[in-house]
Design a binder for this molecule. Structure first.
Ligand SMILES: Cc1cc2nc3c(=O)[nH]c(=O)nc-3n(C[C@H](O)[C@H](O)[C@H](O)COP(=O)(O)O)c2cc1C
Length: 158
């Protein structure tokens, strides 16, 4: 049975767990885009993603001006992932609901890395991201073949 009734289905959750990094895109009041990688992030429930603000001043400033965001992630070996769109707001440690949203991020960082705040994204849209080979060459492109090719590209052993 699927855990999720919202947009963040089990398939999205599983892909997220296999993708180390996500890329969070924001825009400022003048329309200047900004995108940066985040490694401490999690799907919190079927509609929300949380991202740790450890060292993301531009992202935080942009969200305060313009809450629309786009967050994408791919499993670099399978070469599939998702693009999520929605709105974000910053939660500070002094906010009443901070502890609940921060919990999964703090489980990743422990005491080692301090969190300045949590970026809480309410997801409205979900689009799959798929390497073009899957639809350009459907007869020969399998997940196993893509993993093998990606391992060669990145110089990874077995
Ligand atoms: C692999 C990698 C993972 C990162 N993960 C995070 C993260 O989880 N949270 C964070 O705030 N910064 C993280 N950073 C650092 C930010 O991406 C970096 O400070 C960036 O310049 C912030 O830009 P911004 O102010 O535009 O958000 C990471 C950087 C790298 C290279």
């Amino acid at each position: 049975m699927s855990r999720a009734s919202g947009v963040l289905t089990d398939a999205v959750r599983q892909a997220a767990s296999r993708s180390v990094l996500c890329w969070l895109a924001t825009v400022d009041a003048q329309g200047q885009p900004n995108v940066s990688p985040k490694e401490v992030w999690a799907i919190a429930d079927d509609r929300h993603v949380v991202v740790a603000n450890i060292a993301s001043p531009v992202t935080v400033r942009n969200i305060a001006q313009q809450p629309q965001v786009c967050l994408s992630f791919v499993d670099v070996l399978v070469q599939k992932g998702f693009k999520l769109t929605g709105t974000a707001r910053e939660l500070l440690p002094s906010d009443a609901d901070y502890a609940g949203w921060a919990a999964s991020l703090l489980a990743m960082t422990g005491d080692r890395i301090p969190l300045r705040s949590v970026l809480l994204i309410t997801v409205q849209g979900v689009q799959p991201i798929v390497a073009p080979s899957y639809w350009l060459f459907p007869q020969t492109t399998t997940e196993a073949a893509q993993i093998e090719a990606a391992r060669r590209t990145y110089g990874l052993g077995d």
